[in-house]
Design a protein around this ligand. Structure first.
Ligand SMILES: [Zn+2]
Length: 421
């Protein structure tokens, strides 16, 4: 068998013939020609047999490695005139438009990005994290379920920082299917307006409930005519619980500062590391943390009251109480917190009183549950991994890949299906 024939079989690139194979130092350069005669527009699939001119454009793509060899595909491309997109360089069947990687490598990187940390991917695949980000964005643009905005009844709106220096994404979550269905850069009412434009008034009119954090921006957008003014707005329990956790942390820090002023360093030393004992769920504590918590309990100080209030607050939303009892528990909690003489809790109580209506909606409509919280944690984990990304698009793509309605296909899966068909 000739070496060009061997490589045609090995590479599994559709509709190409291999014309030359060259071995470099660490790379095998494979030159190919397109089998099809007609030229395709990369943006819309328009086909023509007329070339625009006789110029050719030498192009190259990185393909899946073979053993320790990197593979580079080279091909000379022609230009065509698309009635819609003007004069463009023709599309190739084995790579997405504008990519310097083949579709197989794009898909592999996107799959790895949802499962592996960035240093490992970069080292394993010998690509930069930016290259991974661009591959993710291409896969999402091509493979995201186009019907993902159909059948939305209960949604959540969330803002999340994708980079330091206050760079935010707004995400829309489908509570019933526990997945992220939409996202965009920014976090104001205008950002969410774009979601409603894409959704259209008909689908927006069927939305029953929207959960969100306590800020006014998203509320303003939801209430607009043509958006979802009919929807019941619920406070996002994830943010409420976080707010109370932060109040506890302020009390803890104040105490830590006081203990450090004491002449005997033992007090401060014993308290060190108490943060995790206080913030974790009691069932997740290790024995040292449990002992630390017990010591705080015996002290009966403000920190213990703060801890108790955090746990009580969490229990209101655990789902064990029916809505009527949960509302009673919420009011009892607010009263206790406002009398607690702990400034962060007095402040939290004020917020709860101001937003009582939204919190009661959340309790009555049971929007928050373990599944949604699980999704929230997954999004945050993925975002932290995407922190090194250069653009909001890449960070958002990673979130959609991991948490959105998208089916990732690995190269061998696609080629097996094709061979069977
Ligand atoms: Zn076109």
């Amino acid at each position: 068998m000739r070496v060009t024939t061997v490589f045609k079989r090995l590479l599994r690139l559709n509709d190409v013939n291999v014309t030359e194979v060259l071995f470099g130092l660490n790379v095998i350069i494979v030159s190919v020609v397109l089998v099809r005669r007609r030229l395709w527009c990369p943006h819309c699939g328009f086909k023509t047999s007329a070339r625009y001119d006789t110029r050719t454009f030498p192009s190259r793509w990185r393909h899946l490695d073979m053993g320790t060899w990197q593979i580079e595909i080279r091909c000379s491309l022609r230009r065509l005139r698309c009635p819609e997109h003007g004069v463009v360089v023709e599309a190739v069947p084995f790579a997405r438009p504008g990519a310097h990687l083949t579709r197989d490598l794009d898909d592999l990187l996107a799959w790895l990005a949802t499962r592996m940390d960035k240093t490992s991917i970069a080292r394993l695949c010998r690509v930069s994290w930016r290259t991974v980000g661009r591959a993710c964005a291409r896969v999402v643009a091509a493979e995201l379920d186009p019907n993902r905005l159909d059948g939305l009844f209960r949604i959540g709106v969330d803002e999340i920082s994708w980079r330091k220096q206050h760079k935010y994404l707004t995400l829309v979550v489908d509570h019933d299917r526990a997945r992220v269905v939409w996202g965009a850069e920014g976090k104001d009412a205008g950002t969410l307006d774009k979601f409603f434009v894409e959704l259209g008034t008909e689908r927006a009119g069927r939305i029953e409930a929207v959960s969100m954090d306590l800020g006014p921006a998203f509320l303003k957008s939801v209430r607009k005519e043509g958006h979802a003014p009919q929807a019941i707005v619920c406070a996002d329990v994830f943010h409420l619980v976080k707010l109370v956790g932060e109040a506890l942390d302020v009390v803890r820090r104040d105490l830590w500062q006081q203990l450090r002023q004491l002449p005997d360093p033992k007090w401060a030393r014993d308290f060190k590391g108490a943060r995790w004992a206080l913030l974790k769920n009691p069932q997740d504590l290790n024995s040292k943390q449990a002992a630390q918590l017990n010591a705080l309990k015996r002290s009966r100080g403000g920190i213990w009251r703060a801890y108790e209030m955090k746990e009580q607050f969490r229990a209101i939303f655990d789902g064990d109480l029916d809505p009527a009892d949960a509302i009673l528990a919420l009011d009892a909690w607010t009263a206790r917190a406002s009398r607690s003489r702990l400034a962060p809790f007095v402040k939290a109580a004020r917020t709860m009183r101001d937003r009582r209506g939204l919190i009661i909606n959340a309790l009555e409509h049971r929007i928050s549950n373990g599944r949604v919280e699980g999704l929230n944690n997954k999004v945050r984990l993925i975002i932290r991994r995407g922190y090194g990304f250069h653009s909001a698009t890449a960070a958002l793509a990673l979130v959609m890949l991991a948490c959105g309605p998208i089916t990732l296909t690995l190269p061998h899966q696609r080629h097996t299906t094709q061979a069977a068909a």
